[in-house]
Design a binder for this molecule. Structure first.
Ligand SMILES: *Cc1c(COP(=O)(O)O)cnc(C)c1O
Length: 455
């Protein structure tokens, strides 16, 4: 085996043809989603009015561990997959660490992030089921961009509600979505009841993913042949993202190593699930003891400071009640630059796995994340997305621990996206304008008071 290889790439014939559904292998299955009015467990049919039917079925599938990737989606995956697994020699050297650091480079997708892995699948299923219009929300704009491209590939109209603070901070993401043919509205907007309600309470509201989700769901419910698509949090999104870890598993084999620690940044959990679940399968089934670390922003600490409860996925309470680690659906995160991580809750599967001790969270402050991102850019030549900087910061922490203890651990992190459209955020960091922020205990208690207690 060569130890000098920099990038490990799978030939097209080796790209996995199935996604991995970890629900089938979980010792404690996720608790049911509840109808907020009746508190009855939801069936797949209950989700059909909002989601395409195939994704609704995947959402609640607790039996099939392997799900075929449709051929049309596999054809599109070939446009950018496999993504490289890269040995971060430059970063290892910069840190002077004995750790072996690898990263999976999802930033090479045409839209610059991992989000396309699920966008293509969701757009394909919508098209196949006769949908003409799709609606969604986007934070930093990564999901909206991915879905805009996927909808243009499969011939669907897309309306995007973009969190207002990002709409203003990231004008080029808006242009990208428009270039791919999507219609983009800043959220909260006056075009929905949910948006109007929020603006009436707080005219200066910067928006949040929770608010934008409410607006998109309202549009889906009131427009014929229109489905809603979500870029994170949901089980079917985690499922589609496992292509990342399934490839990485084969590529780590090519490298002749197996990760001791798998690390990803954490918004709603999709890129974390994607890289982690295929490896976690071996903890669940084969007694492996790989450690899984979810790097969340200190300003939005649902894993480390949230509570496991039934809560809504959106601000207005349009979604089912989800059993998840949450800060409360009314939690308004600070305006940090990693817009994709400003979400109050964690996905249902992740939350159960976290409760059962299979992963843990770590809080990263904004300035530490950018410091790590700049170090990585100088060492590896790739400018990471502000979200991905959190994973890099957590990896740097682990690599420095290895240095202190003289341990040669194998670290694998997911580079969920590049930051070339986030340079305004880097500008502010480089100018020394960014501040750290973490909510007080009383803030967290206040928002958690609105959350449904678990029976
Ligand atoms: C959306 C996004 C995230 C956060 O979402 P997850 O669902 O937690 O993965 C992280 N990184 C990038 C680049 C993103 O676009």
């Amino acid at each position: 085996m060569t130890t000098k290889t920099k990038r490990f790439i799978l030939p097209e014939s080796e790209i996995p043809t199935q996604w991995y559904n970890i629900q089938a292998d979980m010792p404690n299955k996720p608790m049911p989603l509840l109808n907020p009015a009746t508190h009855e467990a939801l069936k797949a049919e209950d989700l059909f009015p909002i989601f395409n039917e195939e994704c609704a079925r995947q959402e609640l599938d607790q039996t099939h561990a392997w799900i075929d990737i449709p051929e049309e989606v596999r054809d599109m995956y070939k446009y950018y997959r496999s993504t490289p697994l890269v040995r971060a020699y430059g970063l290892e050297k910069a840190l002077d660490t004995p750790a072996h650091i690898y990263f999976k480079n999802e930033s090479v997708s045409p839209v610059g992030s991992h989000k396309l892995n699920s966008a293509l699948a969701q757009a394909y299923y919508c098209k196949k089921e006769g949908t003409t219009n799709v609606t969604t929300e986007t934070g930093a704009g990564q999901w909206g961009t991915a879905l805009a491209y996927a909808c243009s590939v499969f011939g669907l109209e897309l309306a995007v509600y973009m969190v207002k603070i990002s709409y203003e901070q990231k004008p080029y993401r808006r242009s990208l979505m428009q270039t791919f043919g999507a219609q983009v509205t800043a959220s909260p907007s006056m075009s929905t009841r949910a948006g109007k309600d929020i603006l009436t309470r707080d005219p200066q509201c910067n928006g949040s993913l929770g608010t934008a989700i409410s607006e998109a769901i309202e549009l889906a419910r009131t427009t014929p042949h229109c489905k809603y698509a979500l870029g994170s949090v949901m089980n079917h999104v985690a499922l589609h993202q496992t292509i990342i870890g399934l490839e990485a598993e084969k590529q780590m084999e090519m490298a002749g190593e197996y990760p001791d620690k798998v690390i990803a940044c954490f918004g709603g959990g999709s890129n974390f699930s994607g890289i982690a679940f295929p490896f976690m399968r071996h903890n669940l089934q084969d007694g492996r003891t790989t450690e899984f670390i979810a790097a969340e922003p200190a300003s939005c600490p649902k894993l480390t400071r949230g509570k496991f409860e039934y809560d809504f996925g959106d601000e207005s309470g349009y979604t089912p009640l989800l059993p998840m680690y949450t800060l409360g659906h009314n939690f308004m995160p600070a305006n940090i630059h990693a817009g994709g991580l400003r979400y109050h809750g964690a996905g249902v599967i992740i939350s159960q796995l976290m409760k059962d001790g299979y992963l843990h969270g770590v809080d990263i402050q904004q300035t530490e994340s950018f410091r790590a991102g700049v170090l990585f850019a100088q060492a590896e030549g790739i400018v990471p997305a502000p979200e991905s900087c959190h994973a890099i910061a957590a990896t740097v922490q682990e690599a420095l621990k290895c240095k202190e203890n003289g341990e040669q651990k194998v670290l694998l992190f997911n580079l969920s996206g590049h930051g070339l459209i986030d340079m305004a955020s880097y500008d502010r960091y480089l100018a020394g304008d960014l501040v750290d922020y973490a909510p007080s205990d009383s803030d967290i208690e206040k928002f958690l008071a609105d959350v449904e207690p678990l029976q």
